[in-house]
Ligand binder design. Sequence first.
Ligand code: TYD
Length: 139
Amino acid sequence: MKLKNNTVFDCSVVDMSKVNTVSGNITVVENGPNIPFEVKRVYYLYDVPGGEVRGGHAHYELEQYIVAASGSFEVILDDGVNRKRVFLNRPNLALHIVPGLWRELDNFSSGSICMVLASNIYEVNDYIRGYNEFLKLKK
Ligand code: TYD
């Protein structure tokens, strides 16, 4: 299967806005108004040991919003030509990752929570887990 020819420049940090009150903030994500795909799965990474690197794969079709629900971490995006590093540290900001890109996550702060809103359920066959295979498929 051919990989989508998206580049790292097709990914952006989206401000999902927040409802600001004296007693704290609320950020709302609803299918339709503020997300460009239908959310079919939500999962979150937590208790990531210091120095650990997560991700290390690409997806054929999956589209995602990645949110630092607590703390901070960095996302490395790679399209086979360009690399981009994105620092996330606010719960109202989401990194929109389009399909066909290699991604890694690192520099997790202690106690951080990486929440992922995904356009599909978990599909093993949607993953490319080898970087060299990714590069070949991207050509
Ligand atoms: P993986 O996608 O490799 O995690 P990451 O890319 O964040 O390092 O998933 C780790 C494990 O969790 C793997 O055994 C598959 C399982 N998993 C599910 O069962 N369902 C899911 O929705 C996800 C994201 C992972």
